[in-house]
Design a protein around this ligand. Sequence first.
Ligand code: SF4
Length: 454
Amino acid sequence: MPKLHNETDIGYKRRVIDIKSTSFCAAKWYNATIWLGSGQTTSCHHPLPHQVSIEQVITNPKALHNTPQKKEQRRQMQRGERPAGCEYCWKIEDMPLAVDVVDPAISDRVYKTVIYDDKDLEDAFYTPPEQDVDLQTLEIAFDRTCQFACSYCNPAFSTAWVRDIHRNGPYTDLVSDGRNHFTHEHGSSQLYTINEVNPYVEAFFKWWESDLHKTLKELRITGGEPLMSGYTWRLIEWFKDHRGQSKTRLAINSNLGFTQDKLERLLDATESIDLDLYTSNESIGQHAVYIRDGLDWNQWTSNLVYLLDGGKLRGLHVMCTINALCLISLPEFLWSIVELKKKYGKDAINFSLNILRFPSFQSPLVLPKDVKEQAIEELIKFHMANAHNLHEFEVNQVERLFNYLREVASPHSGAMDTIILQRDFKNFYEQYDQRRGKNFRETFPQLAEWYDTL
Ligand code: SF4
């Protein structure tokens, strides 16, 4: 087991990570997200993605992960230097400590490292950085087909978003870092049409069938919406046809925007596959419908219960993207997950809190002070009441969120002044309302007065 019995996250960090270097993170070696539609990769969802060379993957499919950029970042981490793209973690680690807090905040590099064996971490640390490394955990997106167009997403990851831009033209009058996400259809995110051969997809299946299925511990399919991609079903069929030949755990991210008979096809696959399902949400009712355009709240909640009742999944995980608009109902949302934990068991459903940084005008940090303070108060109450109902990583994530809201002033080092972000916030949602038939003021009456001053 990577962690010792009763070892805390901070104890683990000191024992295993800090003795290697002050910036070591195993994700650079053993984890990757790869978007096959665009041929891009990154070591986790925080650093911006970079391009993989087609020429390299044609001769060596492992180049989908072992890019020159990652090799350079491994070298930096071996020397205790901080790769700039990992700013998300450095920002969490550099947060000033509140008066009543002793230990520094735990950043994601601890959670991204603790899942691997100590021996593998040693091997990574001492492997020459120019050498290819076999992946242990991989998140892969085959294409961007998706029926949702969430406000914090963009056309690079959703065909519903592409349709918005195609029909209505670019969003205008945005000046901060998110502006280009919403001004064009992101053709470079889908380099090949459905009828063309995509060399990145070809390389993935070549790698998978030759040896990746033997070395990979977890494969997580993301999107777009993976259940709408034929390649997802091709992979599921591979697992069914090669039963027992791969120990890879399969996980799928899904927005769960499907009728239960469609989910049944997935559950049928669990007869031969151990499956984890990850789904996204972070607020309640009309707030969720507003933020995650395309969502049917009742369908999402009843699908969650349907999956829990079925008991066929290895795990069900809710990923919360902490954006400005979810803060009001996030505590209630978390309470509802605790209720499900009480009914189905602490392990049956888990949550993670991922703090949004891009586009920075949708960051929770753009909100007025009183709204943030109210959220902090509610999160602290939730934290105090539920420590025993939650896993340690969930407790830590709630704690780091209220510390983040309390201590951090800017979403990232390149972000513009709050006043500019707030102006973009309003400019964006005014246009979003028009295009999507929504109404910000009616959905978030608690924010309406502030919104009208922007
Ligand atoms: S952002 Fe953090 S978790 Fe991700 S690769 Fe960098 S150090 Fe690791």
